[in-house]
Design a protein around this ligand. Structure first.
Ligand SMILES: CC(C)(COP(=O)(O)OP(=O)(O)OC[C@H]1O[C@@H](n2cnc3c(N)ncnc32)[C@H](O)[C@@H]1OP(=O)(O)O)[C@@H](O)C(=O)NCCC(=O)NCCSC(=O)c1cc(O)c2ccccc2c1O
Length: 287
């Protein structure tokens, strides 16, 4: 029996991977991975260990050529019946300079995680059941697509709890919902229903809670029918629009990756290794 992450029947034969304490990583044979924060009693708040494990799991999936789509979610319900995608940084381990790890080192390593999700050349779909609050709301925002259950609640608490995310959390949010709404979200720290989130473009669709994972799998299967190279270049192109040189670096990296596979590029490498001048005469200067 595959382990249960969200309520509802899963059509996927998930295989557990890795040895984690704070998260689950499961993979299917048909190109889909599932990564879930497993701290439901804390509304899936992340501590440094959680983020370290999430970075490891996302890097594992990024490097697995059989996986094209990742479903990112939070285990629920908790013992008290509550649901959360993620409630942000664990305030219980927040020290003076960040969130304290087991060695007492203060960290904000969720910023590393944000960049991995954003730059990995695979599609990441957030499945939001319950709260996506604070740093959890930012994580859902950075996923390529977001599906929310009808009980989902979104919001920021930073200015209430003495924090703020002035990187993607403010800048990219503004690109998605616009200046007025982004300022409202951060300045007032209100909570928003899934209907409101859909209206402001924060999510792609609302799904009944018990169908959330199945809908995520359906979207993943549709994506997996399409060209992996086209999708990786499109993701980098969408990022390049907002991420400046770092975004262009991603897109250019994919171009170089594709160029390496051509005879033209191989001629340059071979000529060097054979200690001769390269002969590019058979390659056209196309318009
Ligand atoms: C998420 C809630 C709205 C849920 O409310 P609800 O009433 O359903 O549940 P409880 O409040 O009773 O919570 C149940 C249980 O979980 C514990 N808990 C919930 N959230 C957290 C949390 N974030 N940290 C630690 N513990 C949490 C809660 O204490 C209860 O435990 P008991 O033992 O008492 O039963 C509501 O819980 C809520 O508002 N939570 C806090 C949300 C929050 O403020 N998050 C932090 C925002 S700041 C942040 O996330 C952040 C992180 C970063 O790493 C950054 C990095 C760089 C820049 C900025 C960053 C940043 O802003």
């Amino acid at each position: 029996m595959p382990r249960q992450v969200l309520p509802g029947i899963s059509s996927v034969d998930w295989q557990p991977c890795g040895n984690f304490t704070d998260i689950f990583l499961d993979k299917s044979k048909n190109g889909i991975a599932r990564i879930a924060i497993n701290r439901p009693s804390k509304r899936n708040a992340f501590r440094p260990q959680t983020v370290l494990e999430l970075c490891t799991a996302f890097a594992n999936v990024r490097d697995d050529k059989n996986i094209g789509v990742v479903l990112f979610t939070g285990v629920g319900p908790a013992a008290d019946g509550g649901y959360a995608f993620c409630s942000g940084g664990d305030q219980g381990v927040r020290g003076d300079g960040g969130y304290m790890d087991e060695e007492g080192v203060p960290r904000l390593n969720v910023l590393d995680l944000q960049r991995i999700i954003r730059s990995m050349p695979k599609v990441v779909i957030a499945l939001v059941a319950g709260y996506a609050i604070g740093g959890g709301q930012v994580l859902h925002l950075l996923c390529d697509l977001s599906l929310a259950s009808d009980n989902a609640i979104f919001g920021q608490t930073g200015p209430k709890v003495g924090s703020f995310d002035g990187g993607f959390g403010a800048g990219y949010l503004t690109r998605v919902v616009g200046q007025r709404k982004a300022r409202e979200i951060w300045f007032l720290c209100r909570r928003y229903s899934s209907e409101e989130a859909l209206r402001m473009g924060l999510i792609n669709a609302i799904v009944p809670l018990h169908e959330l994972e199945a809908e995520g799998v359906k979207w993943a299967k549709e994506i997996l029918k399409n060209s992996p190279t086209a999708i990786r270049c499109l993701k980098a192109a969408f990022n390049a629009e907002t991420d400046g040189l770092a975004g262009i670096q991603e897109l250019a990296g994919h171009a170089t990756h594709m160029f390496y596979r051509t005879e033209e590029s191989k001629e340059g490498r071979n000529a060097f290794l054979e200690k001769r001048s390269p002969d590019y005469s058979e390659f056209d200067w196309l318009p």
